[in-house]
Design a protein around this ligand. Sequence first.
Ligand SMILES: *Cc1c(COP(=O)(O)O)cnc(C)c1O
Length: 381
Amino acid sequence: MMGDQADVMTAIPLVDLRAAHAQVAAEIQAGFDDVISSTAFVKGDVAAAFEADYAAFTGVAHCVGVANGTDALELALRAAEVPAGAEVIMPANTFVATAEAVVRAGARPAFADVDPDYLLLDPGALQAALSRQTGAVIPVHLFGQMAPMAAVADTAHTAHTARRGTVIIEDAAQAHGATQNGRPAGSFGLLAGVSFYPGKNLGAYGDAGAVLTESAEHARRVRLLGDHGSERRYEHVTIGFNSRLDAFQAVVLRAKLRGLAAGNLARRQAASRYAELLADLPEVILPRTAPGNEHVWHLYAIRVPRRDQVLRCLHDEGISAGIHYPVPVHLQPAFRHLGYGPGDFPVAEAAAGQLLSLPLYPQITPEQQARVADAVGRALG
Ligand SMILES: *Cc1c(COP(=O)(O)O)cnc(C)c1O
């Protein structure tokens, strides 16, 4: 009874990283000890082992570990040789890093709207945005499900508006283990960028990322660029970067990777439970899975009216909900110079005012979810 009461009063985080750590604590400590005794702190055997493990897990041929997800996207664009000044089209509702990576790679972000059902890059909007200046398209696998890759690829490669040689780079930062018609995220584009930021489905204990690709040559280029332009010690064939996988992070990622499939399954079950719990609230738009997609539920983002008020009510009850993302990238001050304005992408802009991410992590309990759903119902009145 006391226990139950305590549970009812406890705060519910958006993501519970402490619960995830408990399952791998011993293995991680042992791995850290090994790294310390080897003194191979950057890359090393454990990073190579993780790269092989993650490639095997996803089913994509090559995985190159890098320092973070933003670097992964930048290095992917550079390895693909997207020309300087070319436009790179992405959906307007994404994390800002997608656009940052494009600028850092010397190209220019361009945006397209998303579809109203799934909030993924809309192939019709993409078609309209393509031009002779387009160098690449970055579909974002938002919240854990993949953008419509066949339609995106078809549009990018065949539209009369498109430039020949337009490449596709997937932003797979939220899609660890996601598939579409049985094919994994990272296998459709020329390359894909992955983030292992702590809160992602597979999260490090600091920053880490990876590039996935089916192309051995592009994997080689990413590795070269991320390691000071060098494959042989003190021979630098190009001006590169320092973007390598840290050995401690590789230890964490290897240990947590073993639980990723089970974690994704638990997220899927939690997502269906939310769908049942919220089904009777007519004002709530539930997130949907597009046909053919295996969703990994990085986020469970509903859409509600009076969103900010609902968010405040949840916070008052100790429930940490979030907003992904409150301001679409084309309206961020940092990208004002691109010349976009309010009204350019109505679906993304409307979603930004309604989206509300509910707590979701593999260890969330049915009781916690019921409390969240009740609180949402009360907040909506
Ligand atoms: C997390 C994220 C990134 C960037 O990853 P970092 O590791 O934080 O640099 C890029 N794109 C999307 C969609 C993300 O969610």
